[in-house]
Design a protein around this ligand. Structure first.
Ligand SMILES: Nc1ncnc2c1ncn2[C@@H]1O[C@H](COP(=O)(O)OP(=O)(O)OP(=O)(O)O)[C@@H](O)[C@H]1O
Length: 506
C-alpha cells in the first residue's frame, strides 16, 4: 500500500483552485521566515566551528537554541517561562515557533482526567531540571533483562519469565532522557532494533535499566523545520492525554535530535499484523476488540477532553496493539486541538494518508470530528476484509466495498483467511457501522460515541444518522456545509476518481 505522509497544497492547487488562492499567503510567510532563520543559523555555525571545542560548541549551541523561539529547545524554554510566570501575567513573551505550536502548546490542557491535566506542567518542570537530572546508567542489554532482538510479530507476552504487565508498569511522571540513556537503551540505535518507519521518524525498540520496554521515535526525516513542527505538535497533544486506548507517552529527549519515548506495544501496529509479511492471522474476536477499543479511544479524543482533539491520521499503521490486543491510537503528529467555539479547522497543507481521506477534507481542506469518523470507517473495512485501504494497484478499499455494502452482500466482504469463523451478528454490526462512517456526506456519518453504541449493539441506539442528526445539539462545520450541497452519486464518483488520480500521480 502506498502511503503518503505530507502533500503540499500545490498538487491540489491545479485541480482545485481554492487551495492556491486561499492558503498561499500563510505558506509564503512561513517560508520566508524559514529562509531567514536558516541563513542566520548557518552564519553562527561558521563562526563557532572556527574557534571552539566540541563541548563548548555544544553548550553554545544549546544557549543559542534557548534564545531561538523557533527551535524545540527555545520553544520549550519560552513555554516554561510562561508556566513559571504568575498566571495573572498577560505578557505575550516570545513568539511561538509556528502556528501548530501555538495551537497545541499554548492551550491550557484541560482534559477531564486529572493525571493528564497535570502532565504538561510536569513535563516542563522536568525539562527545566533536565541538565541536572540524569537517569542512572543502564545495564548492558541482555544482563538479567529481556534482550532486545528483532521484532517477533508473534512475540510471547511472557519474556524470560517476566510478565509484560509488570515490565510496563510506568509511573505517571514524564522523563527527560539524555541521548546516552537512549543510546544505551537501543544499543546505540542499532538498525536491528528498528520496529517502524514513518514519514518523519524511525522507531526503535529499547529497554530501560529496570527492564521496561520502550519505543523511541527518532525524528530524523524531513527538513529540520518539519521535524520541529512534528515534534511540538505531537508532544503538545500526547503530554496530556491519558486513556487505555491511546499510546503511553513516557518522556522525550532533545539532545542530538528530537526523540519521543513511548511504552512499547509488543505486537506492533495493526497494519503490520493485517498486511505485513508476518501474515499473522487475527481472529474475528480480536478484530472486534480492536474495532471497539479504537472507537473508544476516538470518543475520548473527540469528546473526553475539554478541547476536542482531531487525530487526522487514523489508519491501521497508527493503531498499536498491546500484548492482549488492546488497541492504542498513536502518531499525533497531525492532530489538532479544536476549541469549542471553532466548528472546524481549515488546513493549508494536504497531509495524511491516501485511502483514508474524507471527501470534505480532500475537496475543501475541512478538518473536524467527521474526518476521523470517515477514516475509522475505512479501518473497519480493513478489519473485516483484511484488505489495505489502498492496494498495490492503488485500488480503493472503499470503492470496492461500497457496492457490496449497498447490496448487503456482506459475506463477500469477510477476510477469506477467516473462513467461516466469525460471528454473524457482529459482522452485521461492523458492516452497518462501516457503511455509516464512510458516507460521502459527513452529515450522515455518526459521531464516535454513537459508533461505540452501535458496535456494542446497544438497544435503542438511533440506527440512522438522519434521525440522529435531529437530536444533535451542535453540528460540525462539515455538516453545515454538506447540508447546503447536493451531494449526488455522480459527484461522489467524480470525487473518488479524483482521489485515485492524485494517488496514482504521486
Ligand atoms: N510504542 C510503539 N510500540 C511499538 N511500535 C511502535 C510504537 N510507536 C510506533 N511504532 C511503530 O512505528 C511505526 C511508525 O510510528 P509513527 O506512526 O509514530 O511514526 P511517524 O513517522 O509519525 O509515521 P507516519 O508517517 O505514519 O506519520 C508505527 O506504525 C509502528 O509500527
Amino acid at each position: 500500500m502506498a502511503v503518503h505522509k505530507t502533500h503540499e497544497a500545490s498538487p491540489l492547487s491545479s485541480a482545485f483552485p481554492m487551495y492556491s488562492s486561499k492558503y498561499s499567503s500563510h505558506v509564503t510567510e512561513e517560508d520566508s521566515d524559514d529562509i531567514n532563520h536558516t541563513t542566520k543559523h548557518k552564519r553562527t555555525n561558521a563562526l563557532l566551528t572556527n574557534s571552539a571545542s566540541a563541548h563548548d560548541l555544544r553548550c553554545l549551541q544549546m544557549e543559542k537554541e534557548k534564545q531561538d523561539p523557533r527551535s524545540p529547545r527555545g520553544a520549550l524554554e519560552a513555554c516554561l517561562n510562561r508556566c513559571s510566570i504568575s498566571s495573572t501575567s498577560s505578557s505575550t513573551d516570545d513568539p511561538p515557533p509556528n502556528r501548530e505550536a501555538t495551537e497545541n502548546a499554548d492551550v491550557e490542557p484541560r482534559c477531564k482526567n486529572h493525571r493528564a491535566h497535570s502532565n504538561w506542567g510536569k513535563f516542563f518542570k522536568l525539562w527545566k531540571r533536565r541538565s541536572m537530572k540524569r537517569l542512572s546508567s543502564f545495564p548492558p542489554l541482555g544482563g538479567g533483562v529481556p534482550a532486545i532482538s528483532k521484532r517477533n510479530k508473534n512475540a510471547d507476552p511472557h519474556i524470560g519469565g517476566m510478565n509484560l504487565h509488570d515490565i510496563y508498569d510506568f509511573q505517571s511522571s514524564l522523563h527527560s532522557f539524555s541521548i546516552s540513556d537512549l543510546e544505551i537503551a537501543t544499543d546505540y540505535f542499532n538498525p536491528e532494533n528498528i520496529i517502524g518507519r514513518g514519514g518523519f521518524a524511525e522507531v526503535y525498540q529499547g529497554i530501560l535499566p529496570e527492564g521496561k520496554l520502550i519505543a523511541v521515535k527518532r525524528l530524523n526525516k524531513g527538513t529540520p523545520e518539519e521535524q520541529t513542527s512534528e515534534f511540538l505538535s505531537e508532544i503538545g497533544i500526547i503530554a496530556h492525554i491519558d486513556h487505555p486506548n491511546t499510546a503511553k507517552f513516557i518522556g522525550c529527549c532533545i539532545d542530538g535530535g528530537m526523540h519521543l519515548v513511548f511504552r512499547l506495544s509488543p505486537l506492533g501496529s495493526l497494519g503490520s499484523l493485517l498486511h505485513g509479511p508476518s501474515k499473522y492471522k487475527l481472529s474475528w474476536s480480536k478484530r472486534y476488540k480492536v474495532a471497539l477499543g479504537t472507537a473508544e479511544g476516538l470518543v475520548y479524543l473527540h469528546e473526553g477532553c475539554q478541547r476536542r482533539i482531531i487525530h487526522r491520521d487514523i489508519k491501521a499503521d497508527n493503531i498499536l496493539l498491546t500484548e492482549d490486543f488492546q488497541p492504542q491510537i498513536c502518531d499525533f503528529g497531525l492532530a489538532k486541538w479544536l476549541p469549542k467555539q471553532l466548528t472546524h479547522h481549515n488546513v493549508s497543507k494536504f497531509e495524511g494518508t491516501f485511502g483514508y481521506f474524507a471527501p470534505e477534507y480532500f475537496m475543501h481542506g475541512i478538518v473536524d470530528e467527521k474526518t476521523d469518523v470517515f477514516a475509522f470507517g475505512v479501518l473497519l473495512l480493513e478489519l473485516i476484509t483484511g484488505h489495505p485501504a489502498l492496494d498495490e494497484s492503488q485500488q480503493s478499499l472503499v470503492m470496492w466495498a461500497k457496492p457490496l455494502l449497498v447490496k448487503k452482500d456482506i459475506e463477500q466482504l469477510v477476510d477469506p483467511s477467516l473462513g467461516v469463523v466469525y460471528n454473524r451478528e457482529e459482522l452485521i454490526r461492523l458492516t452497518s457501522t462501516a457503511s455509516l462512517c464512510i458516507e460521502q456526506s459527513s452529515l450522515l456519518r455518526p459521531r464516535m460515541s454513537q459508533v461505540v453504541e452501535l458496535l456494542q449493539g446497544q438497544e435503542g441506539v438511533v440506527m440512522t444518522p438522519r434521525e440522529a442528526k435531529r437530536t444533535m445539539m451542535q453540528r460540525t462545520y462539515s455538516e453545515e456545509l454538506f447540508d447546503t450541497v447536493e451531494y449526488n452519486s455522480t459527484k461522489h464518483l467524480r470525487d473518488l476518481d479524483r482521489i485515485r488520480e492524485v494517488a496514482l500521480a504521486s
